[in-house]
Design a binder for this molecule. Structure first.
Ligand code: HEC
Ligand code: HEC
Length: 344
């Protein structure tokens, strides 16, 4: 709470500075305000990196190519009809558009599938952060009975080791390994592929100094976003993804069915904490929230202001933020995600 109050104060000061700086009074310093921004206001955001690197992870083209093939590989599912791409379709911004995903045999899972774009840059994986990185995460769904449903790693490796082209691809990807076709390396390769899943947007050009990259309406929406305080949680290169926060920080969340990070840490301080979702491409990745319970982005924004900040936004303020969020929609890397030549 203390943080929020001093934050609001700093926004007001920044808005005042902007106003004097350009010599005219903003029409409404709290609701709409100036559509120019001080460097200090923008400093919490940053443009996308070229790839999402991690200490100790080497990204080679051979590893990425293998990861791409495995990402699209139906043989990694029990019924041979499902791949990572089934629930995270790369040509549809990496999310399946369902409330919760349907797994192997059409069984529903418990949570909404977040996008795989930019996930590699997040502090941890899953809504509750139970996997540390994309390499570890990728080993989960293949064996998850409500996802790809493979019985065990032995079955997965039997398929891959029985395929000479895959064996050659693993050897090229992991040249130092005596036995390169391991379950860990399945995760390592898919993770490497994911570390280059980025969608640069007009927002990145704006942050690089081209203020005309955003329309006036989008800049007005950014003003509403900033003045409301959304960037106290949605910040950085991914507009989120860098921390866990309580769903219902200001006013109790509308559903208490999922205890979030508490289930991972068993720490009462983590009750109802979830990873702050990235807002990149958010207009394309509904329905929203960990349970996919909210279909409209306008409703999601209104609920965020209410539950996270204790603020009631008017419909035009909500729309203004949604207009800004549209500027976070990037270009799909069509060549990079092109369906790979399947190893024969
Ligand atoms: C049946 C649908 C389904 C399949 C198949 C599937 N996923 Fe997911 N994925 C999900 C759901 C649902 C979640 C969220 C689960 C949670 O947070 O508890 C998720 C979460 C993730 C995340 C975390 C993203 C983030 O922002 O935290 C990544 C990365 C990911 N999946 C990659 C993959 C990869 C790689 C594969 C293939 C090996 C795969 N998924 C297969 C449904 C699926
Ligand atoms: C106190 C931290 C916090 C603040 C402030 C905050 N958010 Fe969030 N936001 C979160 C968390 C945590 C989630 C994930 C909640 C969940 O699904 O359980 C989230 C999720 C979202 C989602 C859904 C994303 C998705 O893919 O499902 C949207 C949209 C969103 N926030 C927009 C906003 C906007 C706009 C504001 C300002 C009005 C805002 N948030 C303020 C923490 C915050």
């Amino acid at each position: 709470m203390r943080f929020q109050r001093s934050f609001v104060a700093s926004v007001v000061i920044a808005a005042a500075l902007t106003a004097t700086g350009c010599g005219k009074k903003p029409a409404d310093a709290t609701a709409s305000g100036s559509t120019t921004f001080t460097p200090a206001e923008l400093a919490v955001f940053s443009p996308l990196p070229a790839q999402m690197e991690a200490k100790g992870v080497s990204l080679t083209d051979a590893k990425v190519a293998l990861g791409r093939a495995l990402y699209y590989e139906n043989v990694l599912s029990q019924s041979h009809d499902m791949s990572c791409n089934s629930c995270h379709p790369l040509n549809a911004w990496g999310a399946d558009g369902r409330k919760v995903s349907l797994g192997h045999d059409g069984k529903p899972g418990g949570r909404n599938a977040p996008t795989v774009y930019h996930a590699a840059g997040h502090v941890a994986q899953f809504w509750d952060g139970r996997a540390p990185d994309v390499e570890a995460q990728a080993k989960g769904p293949i064996l998850n009975p409500v996802e790809m449903g493979m019985p065990d790693t032995v079955a997965v490796l039997a398929h891959l080791r029985g395929n000479a082209a895959y064996v050659a691809s693993f050897r090229a990807a992991f040249p130092g390994d005596k036995q390169p076709v391991t379950y860990d390396n399945v995760g390592n390769a898919i993770g490497a592929f994911e570390r280059r899943l980025l969608t640069p947007a007009r927002w990145d050009k704006f942050l690089a100094g081209d203020s005309a990259a955003l329309t006036v309406a989008e800049r007005a929406g950014l003003r509403t976003f900033v003045n409301t305080g959304c960037q106290s949680c949605h910040l950085g290169a991914y507009m989120g993804g860098d921390r866990f926060m309580k769903a219902g920080q200001a006013i109790a969340w509308f559903s208490q069915a999922d205890s979030g990070r508490f289930a991972v840490t068993k720490d009462a301080n983590d009750l109802f904490f979830f990873k702050v979702q990235s807002l990149r491409n958010v207009e394309k990745t509904g329905p929203y929230f960990h349970d996919g319970s909210v279909a409209s982005l306008n409703d999601a924004v209104r609920l965020m202001a209410h539950h996270q900040l204790g603020k009631e936004l008017a419909p035009d303020q909500v729309q203004s933020i949604v207009t800004f969020l549209g500027a976070l929609t990037g270009d799909l890397p069509l060549q990079y995600i092109g369906f790979p030549q399947k190893p024969q």
